[in-house]
Write a protein that binds this ligand. Structure first.
Ligand code: NAD
Length: 471
């Protein structure tokens, strides 16, 4: 089945109306307690479990993703965030008592977590369920009303999300608005209290610009090129397994996929051989062509396929060595796992986020070369380090920055909800997951209380006279 076309503006006329109703309902939703919010999360959890095969099938229709992969990366990962929230919400919602300086003795202070109000969530197509429902979990937990616009490209999943939300929540609490750029643009005209956007850095700038008009706070979960550094004592078999999985899962359409590898020159050939072995072990265990593997996803759209094809052709024309495990097919939007060596900076593949099943390998002779290469680029969403000596690993950590880092692993730091998830500058602003997700949808309101008849700071009222002020 082809993707259903979601016409861009089928809901544009309704946006004003939807927004007014969401706004009217904020106080009622704000007044809900932890028990009531947990109840909502439980009904969402039950719905997801009851409709597991429907979710798998929608995502399979969108880009032929294997149901087991959908289980792991869309369903279980969403449930992981949800269950962690259910377990911790009471604690997160409790006011935090803070200390009082001596000069303010007699007063007491605390921080309360207040819902922001009406929130907008705009999500991408690449993990269409997880990246829409993940932020929604935190918006619900924090007590907000929500307009959710999932991606028009993963239309089967977006239609499922619309149905699910309609069945679970009243439209003045959570409202799914289907559509593309035109719908997003209309939504962004409204004065939301918070916008949570997941998508590309280019569109992130559009979102931030629109938010600036109302001084609306934003969480921007963006992308970019995530480097993978292999040190000279890397266990190459272990690294190849983990990099192959992290890179080729979802056919490379993963925001935190290793974008490219940096490896000592003397390990390059051995590493490429090992990667090729692992690719065959994973996707062609019986020697069949990889295209027949049920475990390898397709590219989301023709446009995205053509962009990736162009990246490969451009690299080949400029002298790179392209090792493609099969042939590309435009009709089925299939690009086989591909490794590219002898890359240089004038190649597009080393300039744009790849977001597809293509892994460039760049060599270095001294680690400082690799570190200054990384530092000369935008700050990445993820950075991976493979190696064994703690000192060398720490050296890479200290001389780079990233939203998140897995050491001797790829991708899975996203699955620990105790860790903040997000980027730095070009790869994102603000954090999500666990308490960070909850706080992102909340206003940390400062509360100071005094007793009637007491003054908190002395001397405080004029006339000041010549009372000495001790600094
Ligand atoms: P995108 O930025 O093209 O689209 C994301 C959403 O924004 C969609 O809902 C789309 O309809 C909307 N949109 C697109 N253009 C718009 C515009 N001009 N104005 C307003 N809204 C607009 O991103 P995508 O192609 O769906 O996803 C790929 C990008 O997302 C990659 O850069 C990837 O790294 C990033 N990403 C980041 C994370 C993360 O958690 N940091 C997760 C997944 C994807």
């Amino acid at each position: 089945m082809e993707n259903v076309i979601i016409t861009s503006d089928q809901n544009v006329q309704n946006i004003e109306d939807i927004f007014i109703h969401l706004r009217k309902n904020t106080q009622a939703i704000k007044d809900t307690n932890a028990k009531q919010r947990i109840k909502k999360l439980k009904s969402l959890e039950k719905y997801i479990l009851d409709h597991r095969s429907e979710i798998q099938s929608a995502i399979h229709h969108d880009f032929k993703k294997n149901p087991t992969e959908t289980d792991a990366t869309e369903i279980l990962s969403t449930l992981g965030l949800l269950r962690h929230t259910k377990k911790n919400l009471k604690k997160w919602m409790k006011p935090t008592k803070v200390g009082t300086p001596l000069s303010m003795l007699g007063t007491s202070s605390k921080v309360i977590e207040e819902p922001k109000g009406v929130c907008l969530i705009i999500s991408p197509w690449n993990y269409p369920f997880y990246l829409a429902i993940g932020p929604l979990i935190y918006a619900i937990a924090a007590g907000n009303t929500v307009a959710l616009k999932p991606s028009e490209l993963s239309s089967n999943t977006s239609l499922f999300i619309e149905k699910m939300v309609k069945e679970l929540f009243p439209p003045d609490e959570i409202n799914v608005i289907l559509g593309g750029v035109e719908t997003s643009t209309k939504l962004l005209e409204k004065k939301f209290d918070h916008i949570f956007f997941t998508g590309s850095p280019q569109v992130g700038k559009v979102i931030m610009n629109a938010a600036a008009k109302h001084l609306t706070s934003v969480t921007l979960e963006l992308g970019g090129k995530s480097p993978t550094v292999l040190l000279n004592d890397t266990d190459l078999k272990d690294a190849a397994d983990k990099i192959t999985w992290g890179k080729f899962i979802n056919a490379g359409q993963t925001c935190i996929a290793p974008d490219y590898c940096l490896i000592p020159k003397e390990l390059e050939t051995q590493f490429i051989d090992q990667m090729q072995n692992t690719i065959n072990e994973f996707y062609s265990p019986d020697g069949e062509i990889i295209e027949l593997s049920k475990d390898f996803a397709r590219i989301i759209s023709k446009k995205h396929f053509l962009r990736l094809q162009h990246l490969i052709h451009d690299a080949a024309e400029k002298g790179a060595t392209v090792m493609m495990n099969g042939e590309m097919h435009e009709d089925s939007k299939y690009i086989p796992p591909t490794i590219i060596s002898n890359v240089s900076d004038d190649m597009l593949i080393m300039q744009e986020e790849i977001f597809g099943p293509i892994l460039p390998i760049k060599t270095y002779t001294q680690i400082e070369e690799a570190l200054s290469y990384i530092s000369s680029k935008e700050k990445p969403l993820a950075l991976y380090i493979f190696g064994q000596k703690k000192k060398d690993i720490n050296h890479v950590l200290k001389n780079t920055t990233a939203g998140g880092t897995s050491i001797n692993e790829t991708v899975i730091h996203i699955n620990n909800p105790e860790l903040p998830f997000g980027g730095v500058n070009n790869s994102g602003i603000g954090k999500s997951h666990g308490i960070y997700g909850f706080k992102g949808f909340s206003n940390q309101r400062a509360i100071l209380k005094n007793r009637v008849g007491m003054t908190g700071i002395k001397p405080v009222y004029p006339p000041y006279g010549n009372l000495a002020t001790k600094l």
